[in-house]
Design a protein around this ligand. Structure first.
Ligand code: AP5
Length: 219
């Protein structure tokens, strides 16, 4: 199964991608995660993308395509979850072409949506472990020990782009560039949406139901 999750920043894509890759035993591809790893080690790519990311705008497509090509060359299987990629129509069309060239096809593009005030709350309260990447939320999913990762004992960090002005910029970029994917995937008959409200488990259960129903309908 080839699945992609898209939706505004903070809607819970990364959280659900973790749960879904475990549940469906598939490979995960998250451009945001890869780009953050590159900036953390200050690679050539990391240095190039840092300013775009910290100001909340999209990284140029050409840089993204190089990462995607590398991933698809290493992962020939048809069991992949794309998290936060594609981000605009150009990326979506390019992904479709790359998949077709490999005789693969997208099963479902799932849009997660949520009210803006809840999104901002989630992002302002997000913390992550710089060592293992585990996500927390100071309100909905706080660590047992204040500010410390439960898994590896490291001090939790706040993402550079989780400041309110940058969050608002990311939301605007989402509406201007990414939201159009809904129509594109509707035209391919590969689109569903889910309201990302409730607990992480509630959202997960809704998503699994949607995926299973969509796959049954397509058979
Ligand atoms: P990326 O890392 O993809 O960020 P994003 O899309 O803005 O999404 P986030 O990671 O902020 O949020 P999320 O939806 O994953 O939510 P999460 O699960 O963490 O991209 C970052 C930047 O990289 C972009 O701005 C751009 O510059 C660049 N980039 C990346 N991909 C690109 C591409 N393809 N092209 C160009 N540029 C690209 O959850 C958020 C918080 O909510 C957490 O604290 C979590 O614990 C909590 N939470 C989750 N679910 C729930 C729930 N059900 N109830 C309560 N709290 C919850």
């Amino acid at each position: 199964m080839i699945l992609l999750l898209f939706g505004p920043p903070g809607v819970g894509k990364g959280t659900q991608a973790e749960l879904l890759t475990r549940h469906f035993d598939c490979a995960k591809f998250s451009t945001g995660e890869i780009l953050r790893e590159e900036t953390a080690i200050q690679s050539e790519l990391g240095k190039k993308v840092e300013t775009y990311m910290s100001s909340g705008v999209l990284v140029p497509d050409m840089l993204i395509f190089e990462i995607v090509d590398g991933f698809l060359t290493e992962h020939q299987e048809d069991n992949i979850l794309f998290d936060g990629f594609p981000r605009n129509l150009n990326q979506a069309v390019s992904l479709n072409t790359s998949l077709s060239r490999r005789n693969l096809h997208l099963n479902l593009a799932l849009e997660m949506y949520l009210e803006e005030t809840e999104i901002i709350n989630r992002l302002i309260n997000r913390r992550y472990c710089p060592e293992c990447g585990r996500l927390y939320n100071l309100v909905s999913n706080p660590p047992r020990d204040h500010g410390i990762c439960e898994k590896c004992g490291k001090i939790l960090a706040k993402r550079n782009d989780d400041r309110e002005t940058v969050i608002r910029k990311r939301l605007q970029v989402y509406h201007d560039e990414t939201a159009a994917l809904a129509k594109y995937y509707q035209s391919l008959n590969a689109y569903q949406r889910v309201h990302a409200t409730g607990s992480e488990d509630d959202v997960f259960n809704s998503i699994v139901k949607i995926i299973n129903a969509h796959n049954t309908e397509k058979r």
